[in-house]
Design a protein around this ligand. Structure first.
Ligand SMILES: [Zn+2]
Ligand SMILES: [Zn+2]
Length: 179
């Protein structure tokens, strides 16, 4: 049995390769942690702590990091927010007639089933207004005959409804109060 003459060289080479491999693994863990925490939080302190944890404790540190890191990434949060927003938007779009509960579109001005007036068109800018709006929010036009058009059959109510409900009370108190 004869030992190779340059055994030390072989051992050195093997140790060097092993060392380089371990260092690459170590650096890889740190880089992976940095990217992972970067994708999960914008908190600088949390990012530094995560990287330090893995830098100091290596594989056990990485295991601890995986246990305590934020569960979702920022991209997942953003997607979830978008999905929630679109669901809310869809719910807003789904409207029902307050009288017969028939599903109506946002631009209907009258219910096609029970004929209940739903909206009114502004005389000035022609955009749709809710019935309880006393002024057009788009052009500032004040409708004069909104209620006349809506309920032409109730002639006795017409005069009272034309004015905002609070106005007569307001005027009354002004008249009665001896200021
Ligand atoms: Zn209806
Ligand atoms: Zn208008």
């Amino acid at each position: 049995m004869q030992l190779p003459a340059n055994l030390n060289v072989y051992i050195s080479a093997i140790l060097f390769i092993l060392g380089a491999y371990l260092f690459a693994l170590y650096a890889g863990l740190i880089i992976w942690t940095f990217r992972d925490i970067h994708a999960r939080t914008r908190d600088i302190l949390a990012q530094i702590m995560a990287v330090l944890l893995v830098t100091i404790f290596n594989v056990p540190g990485l295991l601890i990091y995986i246990l305590i890191r934020p569960r979702t990434t920022l991209a997942e949060n953003y997607e979830r927010d978008l999905a929630e927003e679109s669901v809310l938007h869809e719910l807003e779009q789904l409207q029902a007639c307050p009288n017969c509960q028939l599903r109506i579109e946002p631009d209907y001005i009258v219910c096609p089933s029970c004929r209940k007036p739903l909206k009114v068109r502004c005389e000035s800018c022609e955009r749709l207004m809710h019935l309880d709006w006393s002024i057009c929010p788009y052009c500032g036009h004040t409708p004069e005959q909104v209620h006349d058009e809506l309920e032409p059959e109730h002639d006795h109510d017409q005069f009272n409804r034309r004015k905002p409900r609070s106005e007569p009370e307001h005027l009354q108190t002004l008249d009665l109060d001896p200021l």
